[in-house]
Design a protein around this ligand. Structure first.
Ligand code: IVH
Length: 679
């Protein structure tokens, strides 16, 4: 790390440096809160690391002048709602650098500290997930703790147990053993989750790390299961017996114990060799299912760890070399205003296409009017784009020096770009909205949401088809979907008889979707999939929901006054009353049988777990059928589970269920019990 200690400073300089130090420290505290507790960072990791490194440098200077400064602490992720426990050995952080030079300096320090003793390195991917400490006692899973403040962490065992391949028993019977690793959400799952959120017009998750962090701190176990958390382990924290002498052996032992371990790591005899592997990793990391933000360089021989010791925050035997985020410069051709389903106007930068992290980027969200004015982003500006989490492009800086002399600040319009209605800003919201329900893009988005996979799941009615039908005035609202004729579809450009008939068939099938899908499809403000399921489970039919009093609604878990008001307002709005009547007449809402949870004794109020693969239906279809009949589906076996459904190639869940004496159905049993009940 560069040192400023050679320069001399006057008393007033020192006062100014101290003021800057305090200012940076409070900024860091704010970002720590946003990152660790709210999982909603406002700056990139790179910018955060720059702040940290400046504060460290200032601290070195101030220390020379004996200025008493507050220390920069390791963040603390603990939250209310979780019980905290002490780690058996502290969970430290890693010193990090973005510079090759500092990596080589790290190696020089090691050589000085260890003298003639020979040592080698291990280079591992740095997984950008959430650190987790898995405690095993006498070979049995005991607890999973987050890092917390490094000494005490939150118990997130229930959520961690949703990880499919987490070993609950291991062949190491030490009295106490800590296995450490990272919990993550793989890139593909993350993209899928964001795609559904985009369809639902919910704010996108910034990156997989934040989503994983939010997920392990979620109190709703079903939501956690759906997120499909994964785990990679890389080290042993505490172990009551000495089992290995090298880090490379640790990685192999973890694999042998049944843990997912680093898929790729290298050993190196010298820092030059280690550096080659760091470069190799940088080239190949995009193919890993998880997100890697750097390489971790560790001494291979564990015997030196104690001699080298640690600073207050990080051990001296390892360092993280972080890959600087990939950035590119391009020009904003235009600022487009998109009208969403709920009328929110989202500004988007239309960019001159540029290659970034392997893909062409031509658009970047500008979030809202405030963001544009804060960064003073203008049409024609040259900007730096970075891919947050390698996935979503964001504008991180504007090159004002290259700005045209005639350029003017972007003025966010006060009228809807699509229909010309006055835009409004609701209290407490930064977004501007168009409130005209007949605004065409809003109609289009509402229809897209209604037919989407997450709602009524009508295959074939994609964006382009809907756009044409809206433009041709065949579709004005969701009830019109059920009035479409063969002629309406066949007359569309590029439409054949077969595809028209297929879509009509899909529309017809959707009339039997469970109630929650219909409720979700309505797109009531604040009612997502989970709340729609709660409502459907409680009320069983739309008519019961319409008849419900606000008090009845507010008594339900997760529904407060705001949602209850939104539901009542939506169901009472005259246009909506008419559409609901039409849907009833068109056979989409059909009294008791539509989506009502049939109270079949084999399923009602029973807790199920599914394991292995089923040949006659997907997991999602099986879950829906069980839920439709009043059952619940959990992810892990416990004594609260009543029935395990065991498909082909099932793993340890079957043994565990057998040991607990649970009822076990194979696929034939499941089909037999479903037979004649589910259409
Ligand atoms: S070893 C003293 N190895 O990165 C901590 N950590 O920024 C020793 N991380 O706290 C940890 N990949 O949560 C280690 N291959 C890897 C890692 C890794 C990701 C995390 C870990 C650590 C953080 C530091």
């Amino acid at each position: 790390m560069a040192s400023n200690t050679k320069k001399t400073y006057s008393t007033s300089d020192i006062r100014a440096l101290k003021a800057r130090y305090d200012k940076l420290l409070s900024e860091i505290n704010l970002h720590d809160r946003l990152y660790y507790r709210e999982n909603n960072p406002r700056i990139s990791d790179f910018e955060y690391d720059c702040l940290k490194s400046e504060v460290e440098r200032l601290r070195e200077v101030l220390a020379v002048y004996a200025v008493d400064v507050k220390d920069t602490t390791i963040g603390d992720d603990r939250q209310s709602g979780f019980q905290s426990f002490a780690h058996l050995s502290p969970m430290m952080s890693l010193a990090n650098t973005y510079s090759r030079e500092e990596l080589f300096q790290f190696s020089n320090h090691l050589e000085t500290a260890l003298g003639p003793q020979k040592f080698s390195y291990v280079v591992e991917p740095k997984i950008d997930g959430i650190a987790i400490n898995l405690i095993y006692k006498n070979g049995k899973f005991f607890k999973a703790l987050t890092r917390g403040n490094g000494t005490i962490g939150d118990d997130v065992s229930v959520n961690i147990k949703t990880i499919r391949d987490l070993p609950l028993e291991i062949e190491n019977h030490s009295e106490a053993l800590e296995i450490r690793g990272e919990v993550y959400i793989d890139k593909q799952t993350f993209i899928g989750i964001n795609k559904i959120r985009e369809e639902q017009e919910l704010e996108l998750f910034a990156n997989p790390r934040n989503l994983a962090a939010g997920t392990i701190k979620t109190l709703n176990i079903d939501e956690v299961s759906e997120r499909n958390l994964k785990l990679i382990t890389y080290t042993i924290g505490h172990c009551s017996e000495k089992i290995v002498s090298r880090q490379s052996e640790v990685l192999e032992i973890l694999k042998n114990l049944g843990f997912a371990s680093q898929e790729k790591y290298w050993t190196a005899e010298s820092i030059e060799e280690a550096w080659k592997h760091v470069e190799e990793l940088d080239k190949m990391r995009h193919i890993f299912p998880y997100w890697t933000d750097g390489a971790v360089l560790k001494i291979n021989e564990l015997q030196f760890y104690e001699t080298l010791g640690a600073t207050a925050k990080s051990p001296r035997w390892a360092i993280a070399y972080k890959f600087a985020p990939e950035r590119a410069t391009t020009k904003i051709k235009n600022i487009i205003l998109q009208v969403g389903r709920t009328g929110i106007i989202t500004p988007v930068a239309d960019l001159e296409s540029v290659l970034l992290s392997g893909t062409n980027v031509s658009r970047a969200t500008l979030h809202n009017a405030d963001e544009i004015s804060k960064k003073d982003i203008r049409m024609g500006d040259y900007v730096t784009v970075e891919k947050a989490g390698e996935i979503i492009p964001a504008i991180v800086a504007v090159d004002t020096a290259k700005r045209d002399v005639n350029s003017r600040p972007f003025i966010f319009p006060k009228i809807c770009p699509a229909c010309g209605s006055q835009l409004i800003q609701l209290t407490g919201e930064v977004a501007w909205r168009c409130q005209n329900l007949c605004c065409l893009p809003q109609i289009q988005r509402r229809l897209e949401h209604f037919v989407s996979r997450a709602a009524m799941d009508i295959d074939g009615l994609g964006t382009v088809v809907i756009e044409k039908l809206v433009a041709g005035q065949k579709l004005n609202n969701i009830a019109d979907i059920y009035r479409l004729t063969f002629n309406d579809l066949e007359s569309l450009e590029k439409f054949g008889t077969k595809s028209a008939l297929k879509i009509l068939g899909n529309i017809d099938d959707s009339k039997n979707r469970p109630l929650w899908r219909l409720l979700h499809g309505f797109g009531i403000l604040g009612i997502g999939e989970q709340t729609a399921k709660i409502l459907a489970k409680h009320f069983h039919s739309l008519d019961n929901l319409i008849a419900a009093t606000p008090e009845e609604l507010e008594r339900l878990d997760g529904i407060g006054v705001k949602l209850s008001n939104a539901i009542t307002a939506f169901l009472g709005e005259p246009h909506n009353v008419k559409i609901i009547d039409d849907l009833r007449m068109l056979g989409v809402i059909h009294g008791d049988t539509h989506g009502e949870i049939l109270q079949n004794q084999r399923f009602h109020a029973k807790n199920f777990v599914l394991t292995g693969t089923l040949s006659s239906m997907t997991r999602q279809e099986a879950v829906e059928k069980i839920e439709h009949l009043g059952g619940n589906v959990a992810n892990s076996i416990s004594k609260n589970v009543h029935i395990l459904i065991a498909g082909e190639n099932c793993g340890s869940k079957l043994e565990k269920a057998q040991s607990l004496g649970l009822e076990i159905w194979n696929e034939t049993d499941l089909l037999g019990n479903l037979n004649g009940i589910v259409a």
